[in-house]
Design a protein around this ligand. Structure first.
Ligand code: S3P
Length: 432
């Protein structure tokens, strides 16, 4: 288990960030069921996506890496996946587990998904329940609420399902299952959860239709077309650098080719509202996903309140947002974010406990937190609890803290942001 020591100091310069994790997972899974060879350029070579690569290999899909950063996936078509001879290990990746559950539910074979101790604690009932409504035969610990899960396979049927909480993983699971179901699958979402699944499947020719907050999926008449995709930089990784540059004097960062899908860039909108100096240019597009370059320089920030439907658009960014809020003037309130409690860690409890060790004035609430600022932070020994986003949020807090900050158990950073330390050092951070 390694530790990361961060010393205070500004970061400045231009960089890229690794590829989008959510888009990489989807590209891998959908390429597996496309007809023919897909090329995925600039995929995310991090722990979570490696679990998805191993998973599709276990289902008989050939995956080649002819050059660093490029994958060729030999898709087996909608009916060509093979019964796995062994369990599918999702390791720490909730996205792998929940999306592949939708894929496995309607296959004509038996399969089992397992995961790490961390993943085995995370709720799976949210996908098992609606899949059972589709008549999928699924077993699991505690009546299917926890992994490992087993899928007996067989015919499944379309369902009309209203998501109890906005979740892209649950939505995606059901839309994927809908591709193998008899009849129409209707998913009604209470908030704008990331829509990468819809965009990518549509680009591959799948019958995915959106009417406002209702999305439908059904069996494609024709095979899915293979993908030719260059995955954009992950906004959720860029968020750590954006936050660092936005909140402390002397910082200034440009991040190029970042995915700026409106269902993902909630943090950007909130930072701008708080007074952050952020501009965007070089707009582009990759398989239906908007991209752009982001330029941020520090400015004085004022506190804000976030809740309701906005939460889902920045759910993964809330730990780093808490750090930003410590430097904003006034009391920042985050509410309606109880979903944070079922992420890699209980991110309300862990963010509050670790930032308090650094001197933050932050209070825990059942569904979020309140931060009073601005407060000078001081270096401390803090714990990531194996949560990649918490580890990075604490490291960024270390850049503006007085003295050294030691982030314990920092290896998990490579689950989503391999090269985080190297990029920070190139931008001038002093790390050990
Ligand atoms: C993800 C969806 C979100 C997010 C996770 C990735 C995805 O989870 O927190 O990091 O790729 O679909 P939920 O769907 O549970 O909100």
């Amino acid at each position: 288990m390694s530790n990361l020591t961060v010393y205070p100091g500004p970061i400045a310069g231009q960089t890229t960030v690794p590829a989008d994790k959510s888009i990489t997972h989807r590209a891998l899974l959908f390429a597996a069921i496309a007809q023919g060879k897909s090329t995925i350029r600039n995929y995310l070579d991090g722990g979570d996506c490696r679990a998805t690569i191993a998973a599709i290999r276990t289902l008989g899909v050939e995956v080649e890496e002819p050059h660093a950063g490029e994958l060729l996936i030999h898709g087996r078509g909608l009916t060509g996946l093979q019964e796995p001879e062994t369990v599918i290990d999702c390791v720490n990746s909730g996205t792998t587990a929940r999306l592949i559950a939708g894929l496995l539910a309607g296959q004509p074979f038996h399969s089992v998904i397992v995961g790490s101790e961390q993943l085995r604690k995370r709720p799976m009932g949210r996908v098992v329940e609606p899949l059972r409504l589709m008549e999928a035969d699924i077993g699991g610990r505690e009546q299917g609420r926890l992994m490992p899960l087993s899928f007996r396979g067989g015919q499944i049927y379309g369902v009309d399902y209203t998501l109890p909480v906005a979740s892209a993983q649950v939505k995606s699971c059901l839309l994927i299952a809908g591709l193998f179901a008899d009849g129409l699958t209707v998913v009604r979402e209470p908030g704008p959860a990331r829509d990468h699944t819809e965009r990518m499947l549509l680009a591959m020719g799948a019958p995915i239709v959106r009417h406002g907050s209702i999305i439908t999926s059904e069996k494609p008449q024709d095979p899915l077309q293979p993908l030719e995709i260059t995955v954009p930089g992950d906004f959720s990784s860029a968020a750590f650098l954006l936050a660092a540059a936005a909140m402390a004097p002397g910082h200034q960062v440009s991040i190029t080719s970042v995915g700026v899908n409106p269902t993902r860039r909630g943090l950007l909108d909130v930072l701008v509202e708080m007074g952050a100096d952020i501009t965007m240019d070089h707009w582009g597009e990759s398989v239906g996903e908007p991209t752009g370059d982001l330029h941020v320089r520090s400015s004085q920030l004022k506190a804000t309140i976030i809740g309701g439907k906005d939460i889902v658009t920045l759910i993964d960014e809330l730990p780093i947002f808490a750090v930003v809020a410590t430097q904003a003037h006034g009391s920042t309130i985050v509410e309606d974010a109880a979903e944070l409690r079922v992420k890699e860690t209980d991110r309300i409890a862990t963010t509050v406990s670790e930032l308090r060790k650094m001197g933050a004035d932050i209070e825990e609430r059942a569904d979020g937190f309140i931060v009073h600022g601005p407060t000078p932070l001081h270096g401390a020994r803090v714990d990531s609890f194996g949560d990649h986003r918490l580890a990075m949020a604490l490291a960024i807090a270390g850049l503006i803290a007085d003295g050294a900050t030691v982030v314990q158990d920092s290896d998990c950073i490579s689950d989503s942001f391999p090269g985080f330390e190297m990029i920070l050092e190139r931008l001038g951070a002093v790390l050990e």
